[in-house]
Ligand binder design. Structure first.
Ligand code: ZN
Length: 299
């Protein structure tokens, strides 16, 4: 069963059961259904949403970049929003609107890429989380949908220690389980490959052009000869100049459903754990305070 089918059934059951509840004064009023979409809430409902979510908000983070010859530019944005919105419906959280202002310098040579400067990426993200927190989101969960953000987001979270903030930034950065599910056919599967294509067959099948997946090569071209622990920014272009890594034609709906269900469930679990986290903000505040007079800090 897909999560959307499940939520449809849940809402049908809810409608049926609500219509059979007698309207006596002893009956507890059911919580009215609230959208998880920030932009769909009225101002008053937003206040209720922040209360209901215990100040927990999701910032699903996508990007606009080429995804092989067969997937849309917004693949990461579409997939991460699908996962985050379904997770928030399981465990209520307010979900910030479309956000795709991340790190993608390595795809500037491809059509449709929007690559903001590093200063803009950091400034916009900081102002966005600051504004979310000013509106009551004291726990901001960045759900990452784009591999190119894997250094940006921990750096952003770490740099929150530079000066006091009255909120915590949490980063959730996994899109597929390590094992399990239908066996995979391809060995390289990093970008627009078997997994990502399969997930898009669940989130937005109408945008997947499987028949085009083999019109370009997603093979590793090994054009750099350096030890594994030496990093350069050009590594990705050296290996995958077509901005395609893997073989999207191997994708199946079964794999997509397994991975998407895992992703939704993992985000919902993270929301639950973060709602229960009473330690991080306390430790942050203690740390900021100590940071004002480091000579007084004792082991
Ligand atoms: Zn992607």
């Amino acid at each position: 069963m897909t999560t959307s089918t499940r939520s449809t059934i849940v809402s049908i059951l809810l409608t049926v059961s609500l219509s059979t509840i007698p309207s006596t004064s002893q009956t507890q009023a059911p919580q009215p259904k609230l959208s998880v979409h920030w932009e769909e809430l009225t101002a008053a409902d937003f206040r209720e949403g922040i209360h209901r979510s215990q100040g927990t908000c999701l910032l699903p983070f996508g990007i606009l970049e080429k995804h092989g010859p067969h997937l849309p530019l917004g693949t990461d944005l579409l997939d991460v929003r699908y996962a985050a919105l379904h997770a928030a419906e399981q465990e209520y959280a307010v979900v910030f609107p479309e956000y795709y202002f991340g790190q993608i310098a390595e795809a500037r040579h491809e059509p449709g890429t929007i690559a903001y400067s590093r200063e803009m990426q950091l400034a916009l993200l900081q102002e966005t989380t600051d504004e979310m927190a000013r509106n009551g989101c004291k726990k901001v969960i960045i759900v990452n949908g784009h591999g190119g953000n894997e250094h940006l987001l921990p750096f952003f979270a770490q740099s929150q220690l530079d000066k006091p903030h009255d909120y915590v930034v949490y980063v959730f950065d996994r899109r597929s389980p390590e094992s399990g599910g239908p066996p995979k056919k391809s060995t390289i599967d990093m970008h627009a490959g078997e997994s990502e294509t399969s997930k898009m067959m669940i989130s937005r099948p109408d945008t997947v052009h499987l028949d085009r997946a083999n019109t370009e090569s997603g093979a590793d071209q090994h054009r750099q000869n350096l030890p594994e622990d030496v990093y350069t920014g050009i590594w990705w272009y050296a290996r995958f100049p077509n901005h395609y890594s893997g073989d999207g034609s191997a994708a199946t709906k079964e794999l997509g459903k397994f991975q998407m269900d895992w992703w939704i469930d993992a985000v919902a679990k993270a929301i639950r754990a973060i709602k229960a986290d009473e330690v991080s903000l306390k430790l942050q505040n203690e740390f900021y305070e100590k940071g004002k007079h480091p000579l007084d800090t004792q082991p």
